[in-house]
Design a protein around this ligand. Sequence first.
Ligand SMILES: *[C@@H]1O[C@H](CO)[C@@H](O)[C@H](O)[C@H]1NC(C)=O
Ligand SMILES: *[C@@H]1O[C@H](CO)[C@@H](O)[C@H](O)[C@H]1NC(C)=O
Ligand SMILES: *[C@@H]1O[C@H](CO)[C@@H](O)[C@H](O)[C@H]1NC(C)=O
Ligand SMILES: *[C@@H]1O[C@H](CO)[C@@H](O)[C@H](O)[C@H]1NC(C)=O
Ligand SMILES: *[C@@H]1O[C@H](CO)[C@@H](O)[C@H](O)[C@H]1NC(C)=O
Ligand SMILES: *[C@@H]1O[C@H](CO)[C@@H](O)[C@H](O)[C@H]1NC(C)=O
Ligand SMILES: *[C@@H]1O[C@H](CO)[C@@H](O)[C@H](O)[C@H]1NC(C)=O
Ligand SMILES: *[C@@H]1O[C@H](CO)[C@@H](O)[C@H](O)[C@H]1NC(C)=O
Ligand SMILES: *[C@@H]1O[C@H](CO)[C@@H](O)[C@H](O)[C@H]1NC(C)=O
Ligand SMILES: *[C@@H]1O[C@H](CO)[C@@H](O)[C@H](O)[C@H]1NC(C)=O
Length: 427
Amino acid sequence: MKLSPSLIPALISTAWAAAIPDTSDTSVAAFEDNHYDAVVVGGGPSGLAALSGLARVRRKVLLIDSGVYRNAPTRHMHDVLGFDGVTPAYFRWAARKQIEFYDTIQMTNGTVVSITAPDATINSNTTTPYFTVTTAFDGGSDATRNISARRIILGTGLRDLLSDTPGIRQNFGEGLYWCPWCDGHEHADQPFGVIGPLSSVPSNVREVSTLNKDIIVFVNGTDTEDNRKALDTASPGWQSLLQYRNITIENRTISAVVRLRDGSTANNGTNATAAALPSVEEYDLFRVDFEEGPSIERAAFILSIANEQASWVGRDMGVALYGEGRMYTDSNLLTNIKGVYAIGDANLDNSTNVPHAMYTGKRAAVNCHLDLAKEEASKDIYIEQLNSSSSGSTKRSVPPTPLDPRALWNVVNGDLDDVLFAGEYDQ
Ligand SMILES: *[C@@H]1O[C@H](CO)[C@@H](O)[C@H](O)[C@H]1NC(C)=O
Ligand SMILES: *[C@@H]1O[C@H](CO)[C@@H](O)[C@H](O)[C@H]1NC(C)=O
Ligand SMILES: *[C@@H]1O[C@H](CO)[C@@H](O)[C@H](O)[C@H]1NC(C)=O
Ligand SMILES: *[C@@H]1O[C@H](CO)[C@@H](O)[C@H](O)[C@H]1NC(C)=O
Ligand SMILES: *[C@@H]1O[C@H](CO)[C@@H](O)[C@H](O)[C@H]1NC(C)=O
Ligand SMILES: *[C@@H]1O[C@H](CO)[C@@H](O)[C@H](O)[C@H]1NC(C)=O
Ligand SMILES: *[C@@H]1O[C@H](CO)[C@@H](O)[C@H](O)[C@H]1NC(C)=O
Ligand SMILES: *[C@@H]1O[C@H](CO)[C@@H](O)[C@H](O)[C@H]1NC(C)=O
Ligand SMILES: *[C@@H]1O[C@H](CO)[C@@H](O)[C@H](O)[C@H]1NC(C)=O
Ligand SMILES: *[C@@H]1O[C@H](CO)[C@@H](O)[C@H](O)[C@H]1NC(C)=O
């Protein structure tokens, strides 16, 4: 038997009634009594997108947001349809305001400190398995509290590891950036610098090739024989590219990057703070000082910087890291741990931007919802079979044998065009 779409809401709401206690009290104090379909860790674009997707199908979801955001240093967000040129805080505010409309979700400040997987010995055919999410509220001054969730969505993001060279951290995001799509257009045609190891030069030069012509690359002492040889292999023709573009290599060790002008106000009369336009020129100006010799002035820079997971809760609960320390996921954004998804910058596809974060949040929400729906249907069917066998019902004598996974899949999976169609069993 296939379930018709009209049966699905009834099926889901029955399961809810059993699994989800009353959550009408939305205060933090109520959390300890609450069980959630999912907890979303992180309130950046990926977490908000996951929350939105789950809110739309009336999942009971809690978003826990520490208030630490990778894009906090930047002036404006760009290349996000409908939000080009707004501040990151405005984007989050607008998203939260929309999602708030849905009454099955909650959002709270808090920092998740650890997550414990469900007890593997419980019988998940009859008892709902819950992750335990240990969370610090109120900036960590409060004792931690435990929240339970059937699924975990990690939108915990990355942290940029900025150099200690004076002026880099202090000015990051305001004339010093790493993503041309996010910040480059505001500095187009200005005297420009690339700061990074020699190995990063060709890709950075290509990325800004349509934005800046007057470019100096500051390789900070990495222009060595060995690095040149490595680059000849990794990026053949890189020297011709630099010659053709009239780009000079500055190899001296940087001692400081000093701000001479602030582009958030120096924008020739256009109020960039107001963000009334998608893109407003920002006339920052910096002086690069070296350990020896004269300084050089530049208006803006692209930087090459390393990064790492902003939170270790995924790794610490056993999520495998992959490549450059990104959380492993399959194409459904599921990690190696059943029931745990990783979305946004923190996962393994090396794509780190807001549209990608929103896409992965949305995709995880769809898969999470369908996975929960399967679990609910399977439990209902299993219990119904036990009931009918123990009551000796003659009306419906469904055999008490547990369904094998394939049979169960055939029961709960929709037809090709159904909303619950989730692909063939052997996909
Ligand atoms: C919640 O996080 C925001 C930053 O996003 C912060 O300004 C605010 O103080 C936090 N509130 C609490 C109660 O921790
Ligand atoms: C929270 O859960 C963890 C992991 O299951 C447990 O070790 C801890 O004692 C719990 N804390 C509270 C306050 O219940
Ligand atoms: C420049 O090189 C020095 C010495 O190796 C290093 O300490 C510093 O972090 C580097 N600065 C930048 C901006 O890469
Ligand atoms: C660049 O600087 C490094 C470190 O000071 C030095 O070893 C290297 O020889 C320099 N390269 C050139 C081409 O001068
Ligand atoms: C490089 O400089 C030369 C000489 O000034 C100039 O003719 C040429 O157009 C420049 N090339 C680029 C790509 O700007
Ligand atoms: C805008 O102001 C900057 C800094 O004062 C100046 O360098 C630039 O030429 C001005 N641009 C225009 C279009 O007026
Ligand atoms: C620019 O706009 C912001 C936000 O509307 C406002 O707070 C600020 O005073 C304005 N600055 C100037 C120089 O007009
Ligand atoms: C991401 O980057 C890492 C390290 O550079 C690489 O090993 C991995 O294959 C990349 N992943 C994808 C999906 O391209
Ligand atoms: C199974 O039986 C129990 C106890 O009689 C009852 O509460 C429950 O609703 C039944 N469940 C189903 C799915 O029929
Ligand atoms: C749960 O149900 C599945 C499929 O019906 C069955 O294979 C499994 O043995 C059951 N597990 C327990 C602990 O009863």
